[in-house]
Design a protein around this ligand. Structure first.
Ligand code: URA
Length: 224
């Protein structure tokens, strides 16, 4: 079977609501040996070697982009079609909206770092499964440790729940600072830009969350 055939079959399964193909084959996935990783280059290499079925449908791995010394790290869910094509996070429609909000608060991609929970696009843009999230969470924590931001903005429910390990929905989580053990940064869950494209009336809250980030980021540095 060619790679194209494999992509078509998996996308068909995904559209039909079947995700057990990926789930079952994840049971033997190797555990991240993250303790041995001390640079972004090593992390990129380790992530690229994770054996996971969604990889076979993807064109490019989408690792992270931006300022590696940034105070602010933006954490999304997973690449979409355009990100998969270019290998860069948030370059599609939702990324363009994100860029506008960043500009409105005086930020751009040279001042923040952007990554996702999953580095490969799930077939048919489906939501990452719990197993996929659990597999990649240690790599995400290592990514955060290496960037060492003061603030993490979780974009959307999937990224927020994955990082905070909670089942609470984004409507309840949004706009309230959180902390988790082992992460030396304040975490602010907010909406995913793709949701704002569907519900533009919520853009104001999203913008407010970024204003909160800007106001708080200098304060947080004093306590580190
Ligand atoms: N949505 C995400 O969560 N991440 C991306 O990189 C693009 C779209």
């Amino acid at each position: 079977m060619t790679k194209e055939d494999c992509v078509k079959v998996l996308e068909w399964f995904s559209v039909a609501g079947v995700s057990d193909v990926a789930r079952n084959s994840l049971k033997s996935a190797p555990i991240c040996e993250c303790d041995k990783i001390s640079s972004l280059a090593d992390l990129r290499q380790a992530v690229s070697q994770v054996d996971i079925p969604i990889k076979c449908c993807a064109t490019n791995m989408v690792f992270g982009v931006g300022n590696e010394n940034a105070d602010i790290l933006l954490l999304g869910e997973a690449p979409g079609a355009e990100e998969d094509k270019q290998g860069i996070p948030f370059v599609g429609q939702s990324g363009q909206l994100l860029d506008k909000v960043l500009a409105a608060v005086g930020l751009d991609r040279t001042k923040v770092y952007i990554t996702n929970i999953l580095p490969w696009r799930p077939p048919g843009n489906r939501t990452p499964t719990n197993d996929e999230i659990l597999l990649f969470r240690p790599y995400v924590l290592k990514h955060i440790e290496l960037i060492n931001p003061k603030v993490i903005v979780c974009l959307g429910g999937t990224a927020s729940k994955a990082l905070l390990q909670t089942s609470e929905g984004i409507m309840r989580l949004r706009g309230t600072w959180k902390t988790i053990e082992g992460v030396n940064a304040k975490i602010l869950p907010t909406f995913h830009p793709a949701y704002l494209l569907r519900s533009p009336s919520q853009k104001r809250e999203f913008w407010r969350d970024f204003l909160t980030v800007m106001q708080s980021v200098s304060q947080f540095s004093e306590n580190r």
